[in-house]
Design a protein around this ligand. Structure first.
Ligand SMILES: [Zn+2]
Length: 382
């Protein structure tokens, strides 16, 4: 383990607890007990998140700017239910980095993890954070889906602003949209999608990370509990990714995840594998937000210069709507995610990631690949 990693571990632990203090009146009951036990109500609400963003902005030593998409000037700037969509920036480097969490409302720790990292970038004067601030300007989207977060559901609910009620279909069912299948050439169904897409075209990031949750999972071959799965939404070596930028993203996204795997494995407390679905199926979804970024989606000429960028995603184990989110594991999972983000960003900034052997993606535990689950051609056999 490097000295740097040890220092980071201590720093991150120190900032997890204070975040809990930002919670509402019943905050004390939500603070992790010595064994890490916590109440489900410790999950951050939209209001908590906005307050925490404003608090970080005003308390930071180094520039943090929290603002709405309306202030950023996008044409659509509110969620379906009319909530302001927030971004915060930190750092002053020449390259922009996109960090998003909780695009699925029932996947809460993306919000906590990103707020924790944002706070560190605003306050931590160590050489590591100096490097990150010098090299990059970070764009944090801690709660991509505020409506789904408030409802504790995966999707957003299409909303009729005039009647202030959900849009219903002919059978009287609510219309819900998975925001992570909603960046397509055919258009954007939900307001959140078009709003953040336009912001993405304004930022033109160099790369990005998307933080999710998955159900509880056992490692293939060992049966050990998995705490984090590493994902690439267009499968490496699959039908799509090798054809983008002459294969550059097929290499770099694997290097990014290999680096995260190596760095986090040093801590021992975390058990990491590759994200897969079903019996060894890899995902190859073009409508996923981070896929559309890699494909350089140009909707209505908003991305006329054809900007594209590599992105990877993290899947934290457990989610808050099916009871699988461990009550005892909140602090550990947030710490894990913050470390994963930080190690990836430092590795990119220092050039270590770009030196990794992409073939070692095969060494990260996973089921033998049988095929690809796509959103354009169903299941594609390998
Ligand atoms: Zn998700």
């Amino acid at each position: 383990m490097s000295k740097r990693s040890i220092a980071l571990g201590a720093a991150v632990f120190a900032v997890v607890a204070p975040l809990g203090l930002a919670a509402p009146a019943n905050a004390d009951a939500n603070l992790p007990s010595p064994n890490g036990e916590t109440n489900i109500s410790s999950i951050l609400s939209y209001e908590d998140t906005v307050k925490e963003l404003q608090k970080i902005e005003s308390n930071s030593r180094f520039d943090v700017d929290a603002f709405t998409l309306q202030e950023a000037g996008t044409q659509v700037s509110e969620s379906e239910q009319g909530r302001d969509l927030y971004v915060a920036t930190a750092g002053h480097g020449p390259e922009d980095v996109w960090l998003q969490g909780r695009i699925h409302g029932n996947e809460p720790y993306g919000t906590d993890s990103l707020l924790t990292l944002l706070k560190e970038l605003g306050a931590n004067g160590s050489a590591d954070y100096d490097l990150l601030r010098e090299k990059y300007t970070f764009h944090f989207i801690p709660m991509y889906n505020p409506d789904g977060s408030e409802e504790n559901v995966r999707q957003t609910i299409l909303w009729d602003q005039e009647t202030n009620a959900p849009q219903l279909d002919a059978k009287g069912n609510q219309q819900r949209v998975d925001l992570n299948r909603d960046w397509t050439l055919e258009g954007f169904v939900a307001n959140e999608s078009l709003a953040y897409y336009e912001y993405w075209t304004m930022v033109d990031p160099a790369f990005g990370v998307d933080v999710h949750h998955q159900g509880l999972k056992k490692e293939w071959g060992t049966g050990d509990d998995v705490t984090l799965s590493l994902g690439i939404s267009l499968a490496p070596g699959g039908p799509t990714l090798p054809g983008i930028e002459n294969g550059a993203y097929d290499v770099l996204t694997r290097q990014m995840q290999v680096h995260v795997y190596d760095e986090l494995s040093k801590y021992g407390a975390f058990n990491i594998d590759r994200y897969q679905v079903g019996d060894g199926m890899e995902i190859d979804i073009k409508g996923g937000v981070v896929s559309a970024m890699m494909l350089g989606l140009n909707y209505r000429g908003l991305n006329a210069d054809g900007h594209r960028n590599p992105v990877v995603f993290f899947e934290t184990s457990g989610n808050s709507s099916d009871g699988s989110l461990g009550q005892k594991s909140r602090g550990k999972l947030i710490r894990q995610n913050v470390l994963a983000l930080k190690e990836l960003l430092l590795g990119m900034a220092s050039g270590e990631v770009q030196q990794e052997d992409p073939e070692r993606w095969e060494e990260i535990p996973h089921q033998p690949v049988t095929g690809y689950q796509t959103d354009y051609a169903g299941l594609v056999q390998k």
